[in-house]
Design a protein around this ligand. Structure first.
Ligand SMILES: Cc1cc2nc3c(=O)[nH]c(=O)nc-3n(C[C@H](O)[C@H](O)[C@H](O)COP(=O)(O)OP(=O)(O)OC[C@H]3O[C@@H](n4cnc5c(N)ncnc54)[C@H](O)[C@@H]3O)c2cc1C
Length: 414
């Protein structure tokens, strides 16, 4: 292979966006994946570009919610009992990071990064010919209980401080936006600045096609073959060895498979999640993603039908699928929206790569010259892919990053 300036390992939305941003800066880049571009976690998400995120998902404090989860009756969470001892230290750290004071600190830290998320996507979609995937129709969250709605006050206060727009709506107000929703909820919140895409795989593929047009090369190979070769990094691919002075690890939930062998142990766990597609009954339709907050699922209009994504499942990344949350969710979901027949015959399973403080790690790998990390985007990797690509490309090029990278340093765990 000709001269390569940088290798990017992992062609999900994060790695592909990084490769594209590096290629835009004139670097010769090899993007390496063992599967097809965008076919793993980045394939199956709810398609929401959520630049409005204020608080990251938090460990529940409500006793009722905890009891429902423990008794395996919750739509929002499931767990594999034998996995609990393994994940217990991570869960304790996650619970500590979920204390109200820490959540507010996190909200302030992550704001500048999230604030650029939608604009960065829009720019890449425009230059990649993928603008047709983008819907700037916001995100609607519906609340069935007074308690769930009242608990949002802290979020509303911070939204006002951050200058984020939102509208609180009653049932009729929400139905004016989404006429097919049934009145099984009393309150809704409309976040007009959120966007969504109608095909997340199509988005990543558009970015990969743009990368190729700029001279970038995508090759099939196993990232675990990465090793030092003199003062360069080398990875074995189906087209022979590729070496470069700099390499970016963007392996999503598989990052530990490589980093552990290098001796870099970071507390990356997964929150698994599922999706299924449905047709709508009759003329029912949706124009935007809808979160049924107390029940714990999202329905989003996609090119493939209405995609329903579940909340989280704590289980080993490679354990067999156990999509029991659908049994808990479906009766409630059918109450809210007239879902028809299944539009697919397979339930998709993906793994959100998560650090306990809900912030990704983006930046140089401590102690490894030329090794960079872009992992752990958790619930918001689709949202943050292009902003991550820009931030890390700016750092690698020695430019001032568009926002302070300090909250994303790996050192916070070492
Ligand atoms: C149910 C669900 C709903 C979600 N909804 C949203 C949403 O609405 N909005 C949002 O912003 N985010 C959402 N997310 C999160 C988002 O999908 C992820 O954060 C994001 O896809 C992570 O992207 P990534 O590029 O880091 O990982 P991936 O997309 O998994 O990419 C990693 C790549 O590494 C490759 N790889 C792994 N191991 C090797 C190896 N040894 N050699 C070579 N290649 C390897 C894989 O093949 C893969 O292509 C959701 C996630 C789930 C599960």
């Amino acid at each position: 292979m000709a001269r390569t300036d940088a290798i990017v390992l992992g062609a999900g939305i994060v790695g592909t966006s990084i490769a594209l941003h590096l290629a835009k800066r004139g670097l010769a880049v090899a993007l390496v994946d063992r599967a097809g571009v965008g076919e793993q976690t980045s394939f199956g998400n709810a398609g929401i570009i959520e630049g409005n995120t204020i608080f990251p998902p938090a460990f529940p404090t409500d006793f009722g919610a905890l009891a429902r989860i423990a008794l395996k009756r919750a739509g929002e969470a499931n767990y594999h009992f034998p996995f609990l001892p393994q994940i217990a230290p991570w869960l304790l750290a996650f619970r500590a990071a979920s204390r109200p004071r820490h959540l507010v600190e996190t909200a302030r830290l992550i704001r500048p990064f999230y604030a650029r998320a939608a604009a960065e996507h829009e720019a890449l979609l425009a230059e990649s010919g993928g603008a047709h995937f983008l819907r700037k129709t916001g995100w609607l969250k519906v609340y069935r209980s007074e308690r769930g709605f009242k608990a949002l006050q802290a979020e509303f206060d911070l939204a006002a401080q951050f200058g984020l727009r939102l509208q609180t709506l009653d049932t009729a107000g929400a139905q004016a936006l989404e006429p097919s929703l049934n009145p099984v909820f009393a309150h809704a919140v409309f976040w007009p600045q959120a966007a969504s895409v109608s095909n997340p795989l199509g988005v990543t593929r558009s970015y990969a096609a743009r990368f190729a047009k700029l001279g970038g090369v995508t090759v099939s190979g196993d990232a675990r073959s990465l090793h030092r070769a003199g003062n360069r990094w080398r990875v074995e691919t189906n087209e022979g060895g590729v070496d470069a002075p700099e390499v970016v690890v963007a392996l999503g939930p598989w990052a530990p498979d490589l980093l552990n062998t290098l001796g870099l142990k970071l507390p990356l766990m997964v929150k698994r999640g599922y999706h299924r597609h449905f047709r709508s009954d009759g003329n029912a339709a949706l124009s935007r993603p809808v979160l049924d907050a107390g029940v714990g699922y999202v329905i989003t209009p996609m090119e493939m039908g209405i995609r329903m994504t579940t909340g989280i499942e704590f289980a080993a990344r490679d354990a067999a699928p156990s999509p029991v949350q659908f049994d808990r969710i479906m009766p409630k979901a059918r109450e809210l929206f007239p879902l028809g027949e299944r539009a697919d015959d397979k339930t998709w399973l993906g793994s959100r790569p998560c650090f306990p403080d809900s912030r990704p790690v983006i930046g140089p790998a401590p102690g490894f010259a030329g090794l960079w990390l872009a992992i752990g985007h958790a619930h918001w990797g689709l949202t943050l892919g292009p902003a991550t690509g820009r931030m890390i490309a700016e750092m690698m090029a020695g430019e001032a990053p568009f926002c302070d990278p300090a909250p994303y340093r790996a050192e916070r765990f070492l």
